[in-house]
Design a binder for this molecule. Structure first.
Ligand SMILES: NC(=O)NCCC[C@H](N)C(=O)O
Length: 303
């Protein structure tokens, strides 16, 4: 395993892009073939984000049985859709580890192990690196600032979108993560938003190469204008879906979407011509994460 791809920054970024890596993603809505997940055996509400704090105050206690059953349904759905699900081993000391999205990102040049801002999530990075050690994938680590995967959207070839609440992802972390993309000539758009919304993927997700769903009133107007200027149309969602994790969908590619059961997004996307499968994620949503957070895509292929 190669532990860094800093040498491929700058002028040499493009040649590196030509090398083959087992795990690689150029676009968030390309066909998904491999995903990294972790069973929620030790899921517990940690008061580290606004949604979870609210639910704890309402008396929420996680039901592990229910969470395991729903997670297994998500895994079955992905596998029957042709996606290989790779599993991390759950750890009683890591109650948020089922939200694999936040610890790593697959890029055209290999995997990036991120740097979570929340201390109890830091050890999840070691588990990711251990998992990747068994593959031939180059792995680069973010060393400056903090950045979490829920804020990163490798939207499509040449376009990277990053959310910056300043709490989970900071300017220094974003600079470090995005350096290879910039060096390879990608457009990088940064979206400031309120930290109560935790991550960009609670209020913005790509559903196709040229379409996204978004809580437009919670997003920076300049960011939205820049996204639209790049030919991406926005399906507008009400602000209320940020806390229900309804916007937090997973694209399987080919206009196939996995969405929250009984939410507002599934019927809207069906109406827009998408094939939508639904999973009950209420246990996870109460802990601050949805389907996008529960899945870390490792490999997508262009359609
Ligand atoms: N991408 C996401 O929005 N992930 C959800 C993470 C929830 C977890 N309780 C956290 O606050 O880190």
């Amino acid at each position: 395993m190669k532990l860094d791809f800093d040498p491929f920054l700058g002028a040499t970024a493009a040649p590196f892009a030509m090398t083959r890596t087992p795990y690689s993603i150029r676009g968030e809505t390309d066909r998904l073939t491999d995903v990294l997940m972790c069973p929620p055996h030790f899921l517990a509400p940690v008061p580290c984000c606004a949604v979870t704090r609210h639910n704890i105050a309402q008396g929420f206690v996680a039901s592990i049985d229910e969470a395991q059953r729903r997670h297994a349904e998500l895994v079955r759905l992905l596998e029957t859709s042709g996606v290989r699900c790779h599993m991390l081993t759950a750890d009683p000391a890591l109650p948020d580890m089922c939200f694999t999205r936040d610890v790593g990102v697959s890029t055209p040049w290999g995997m990036v192990a991120l740097n979570p801002a929340i201390p109890h999530r830091q050890p999840e990075i070691d588990r990711l690196i251990q998992f990747l050690g068994a593959s031939d994938t180059p792995v680069r680590s973010v060393r400056a600032g903090t950045i979490e995967g829920g804020d990163i959207c490798v939207a499509r070839d040449g376009l990277l979108l990053i959310g910056m609440s300043g709490e989970r992802s900071t300017a220094a972390g974003i600079d470090d993560f995005s350096a290879p993309f910039r060096a390879a000539g990608w457009d990088v758009l940064i979206c400031p938003f309120h930290a109560d919304n935790l991550h960009l993927d609670t209020i913005f997700c790509m559903v196709d190469q040229k379409e996204a769903i978004a809580c437009i009133d919670l997003l920076d107007p300049d960011f939205l204008a820049a996204v639209e200027a790049r030919g991406i149309s926005i399906i507008s969602l009400p602000d209320s879906v940020a806390s229900t994790l309804d916007c937090n969908i997973l694209s399987l590619g080919d206009r196939r979407i996995v969405a929250r059961m009984d939410g507002v997004v599934a019927p809207i996307l069906r109406g827009a011509g998408y094939e939508v499968s639904e999973v009950d994620i209420s246990q996870f949503a109460a802990c601050g994460g949805g389907i996008h957070c529960l899945t870390q895509p490792l490999r997508r292929v262009t359609q």
